[in-house]
Design a protein around this ligand. Sequence first.
Ligand code: MF3
Ligand code: CO
Length: 260
Amino acid sequence: MLHPDRVTLRTAEEIAGIGAACAVVHGVLEEIRALVAPGLATAEIDRLAAARLAERGASPAFLGYHGYPATICVSVNEQVVHGIPSARQVLREGDLVSLDFGAVLDGWYGDAAITVPVGRASPEALRLVETTREALDRAVAAARPGNRLGDVGAAVQRHVEAMGYSVVRDFVGHGIGRQLHEPPQIPNFGSPGTGLLLRPGMVLAIEPMVNAGGAEVDLLGDGWTAVTADGRLSAHFEHTVAVTGDGPVVLGLEGTGRGD
Ligand code: MF3
Ligand code: CO
């Protein structure tokens, strides 16, 4: 186990490697997003993710990780993260489906998540999704040299709580590169000006999980699926972000800049 502060600084070339893995992740996520519709079983999403990944010459980052049994995590409605795709779980109009997906390409890991409404969702559900996406955008903007990890967490927490929602505390973001999870851990809450100093070359997977109700989560009997304790909706977005001298760069999106 690395010392928690032992965060690897990556060269531009290494960051490009991670970016290529992230481009695969985003390419597949966009294909899946286009196919999300009422009637689709979440097991079909897993089959699709595995096939599209293979086409791109990449391997799954999650399959077999601590025994996780699928290629993608699909978490519906009150499921927060790590939902296991199933033939019995069929998407319905108005559901919120979180797709969390990781790829390995040439030994480099990429990780991203999006939450997608199925057909027409309620204004309340869409507001939760938008708030979570905005919280990620604010966290990304805070991931610049000279800032600290607490600034990243505080950016999420401030926005989420101002909207009347809760930040999940039992799961955190993480460094990423040669492994899916590297130091540091990246909480989605914190105090500005505290914690690890951010430096150019750090690569961070930032992933706010936001609950419409309380922050508490329970684990289902499958040992993986986290659900809100109060049964209310949850949303999740994730980007892999490089801290550079020019500021934060979201990896895997077309062009060089920021994105959603
Ligand atoms: N984005 C999630 C994470 O970084 C996905 C991990 S799922 C697992 O924790 F199956 F790999 F555990
Ligand atoms: Co992650």
